[in-house]
Design a protein around this ligand. Structure first.
Ligand code: E4P
Length: 217
């Protein structure tokens, strides 16, 4: 399972990429706004830190506009993945761009039929938003199960990129279902590594070690 960071915060990406656990990055217009940075500059910096796919989202809503903006973001670096909304124009642009060799992440997916269309359009990734799905009173992980089943039925190559992840339980559930990728805020990746018993056990080991008066090396 691949882990992507869902942020446009370059310092956070640099810090966590050093762990070797970061396989890619996803950004969106809201995350760019939060970072307070120039979009093209920040994507360029992220692409230099993380060799894996870096999703950069277009904001045009028509097919021609999406292709124009996609050409701009694709020129930034070879690991840019063009992020397109799950609309008919977005799906059409997805087909055109993937036929031209681009990586495409079809985003804002909230139903299994939408995910089926993304796969038929040749998407590299589809991004179902589990957290927002839960917030609206639906079961985000049931959506991931449905998409997994459908993609396996037809051997679609599109990867399921679980998005709008809010906590480690989302990541665990996505892994049990067999989702290909989870994109998560930096705080969630840190939470995955932590456990109170790990901290307690480490503190006890270190305290006992200090009593031995020894050093290693
Ligand atoms: C990912 O590609 C999405 O942009 C992101 O996961 C959305 O998350 P949110 O629902 O927490 O804004």
């Amino acid at each position: 399972m691949k882990f992507f960071l869902d942020t446009a915060d370059v310092a956070e990406i640099e810090a966590l990429a050093a762990s070797g656990l970061v396989d890619g990055v996803t950004t969106n217009p809201s995350l760019v706004h939060k970072a307070g940075r120039n979009f093209l500059e920040v994507v360029k910096e992220i692409c230099a830190i993380v060799p894996g796919p870096v999703s950069a989202e277009v904001v045009a809503t028509d097919y021609e506009g999406m292709l124009r903006e996609a050409a701009v973001v694709r020129a930034i670096a070879p690991n840019v993945c063009v992020k397109l909304p799950l609309t008919l124009d977005g799906l059409r642009a997805c087909r055109t761009l993937t036929a031209d060799g681009a990586m495409v992440n079809v985003t804002l997916c909230f139903s299994a039929p939408q995910a089926l269309l993304a796969a038929k359009a040749g998407a590299t990734f589809v991004s179902p938003f589990v957290g927002r799905h839960d917030d609206a009173g639906f079961d985000g992980m049931a959506l991931i199960e449905d998409i997994r089943l459908i993609y396996d039925n037809y051997e679609f190559a599109t990867e399921i990129l679980v998005a709008s992840v809010r906590h480690p339980v989302h990541v665990l559930a996505a892994a049990k279902i067999g989702a290909d990728v989870a994109t998560m805020p930096p705080a969630v990746l840190r939470q995955l590594a932590g456990h109170p018993l790990t901290e307690k056990g480490l503190a006890a080991f270190l305290a006992d070690w200090a009593k031995t008066g020894q050093t290693i090396g």
